[in-house]
Write a protein that binds this ligand. Structure first.
Ligand SMILES: [Zn+2]
Ligand SMILES: [Zn+2]
Length: 147
């Protein structure tokens, strides 16, 4: 079994334990998410799977994403204006975002807990989490602008 198959199986087990029914569509959405490196939107997922599941709607995709989120399998990244992106990397990590194409790449770095502690001390906030994003131009877009 490959690593991604193991992750898929572990995720399916987790859902089953919470009493979530695994439909073929739900399985397909989960599989797509776990294999995706692009932090897809619900629309991306819908378009990738619509040939395979002609009866599936975007609402179905959203419904599945909500179930996955409630079970800690996926994180929703909101960006105010545009639609949310979904991230199945549940370990603490940061993001690099390309200004040209909007691609989001994962970046692992020891979590900045000191920032949370300091911010809590200074402001008396009960700090629950933080989010760090770095912006720039991805290698692909650097190539195309050079030509
Ligand atoms: Zn780019
Ligand atoms: Zn990520």
């Amino acid at each position: 079994m490959t690593v991604s198959e193991q992750r898929l199986q572990a995720a399916v087990e987790r859902l089953k334990e919470s009493g979530v029914r695994i439909t073929p569509q739900r399985h397909a959405v989960l599989e797509f998410l776990l294999n995706s490196k692009i932090h897809p939107t619900a629309d991306d997922i819908y378009r990738a799977l619509e040939d395979k599941f002609p009866n599936m709607s975007v609402a179905t995709v959203y419904n599945n994403l909500r179930v996955f989120r409630e079970n800690g399998l996926v994180r929703e990244l909101t960006y105010g204006d545009s639609s949310s992106r979904f991230d199945c990397e549940t370990e603490e990590h940061y993001h690099l975002i390309c200004d040209q194409c909007g691609k989001i790449v994962d970046f692992h770095y020891p979590s900045l807990y000191e920032v949370e502690k300091l911010a809590a001390q200074v402001t008396n906030f009960d700090v629950t989490h933080h989010r760090l994003e770095l912006y720039g131009t991805c290698p692909d877009c650097q190539q195309t602008t050079k030509h």
